[in-house]
Design a protein around this ligand. Structure first.
Ligand SMILES: [Zn+2]
Length: 126
């Protein structure tokens, strides 16, 4: 379920998920990996040294999963396909999040406003 969240739109659990359960696949167009593109398209997901998934199309519902430094899910690479998998039990209506990684956060988010960071005083980056 896509709903409004603190960081714009977010993806919320329509039902409960068990730990380890696959929630959704990160789908998109497979493109040759390019470091320049990573600078301009925040929905590129690095699969391996030669391929990225461009997850920017709206039919990629997983693009609405927001970043969190203390996430309840993680992105798992299974033979070149990316799945969002529950790291712990996720209750119905809970927002689904995963850790985008330090590089992404520094490039696109800078000041993280996830729940783990909110209220914590941020040190300016750089
Ligand atoms: Zn954070």
């Amino acid at each position: 379920m896509v709903r409004r969240s603190s960081a714009g739109l977010g993806l919320f659990a329509a039902r409960e998920f068990r730990k380890g359960e696959t929630i959704i696949e990160y789908v998109g167009t497979r493109v040759p990996s390019s470091d320049e593109e990573v600078g301009t398209n925040r929905y590129l997901f690095r699969v391996n040294a030669s391929w990225d998934i461009d997850g920017s199309p709206r039919w990629n519902t997983a693009r609405y999963v927001n970043h969190s430094c203390r996430p309840n899910a993680e992105a798992v690479n299974r033979r070149g396909r990316i799945f969002i998998v529950a790291r712990r039990r996720i209750r119905e209506h809970e927002e689904i999040t995963y850790d985008y990684g330090r590089e992404y956060v520094e490039r696109y988010i800078r000041e993280c406003r996830c729940r783990a960071c909110a209220g914590k005083k941020q040190n300016p980056v750089g």
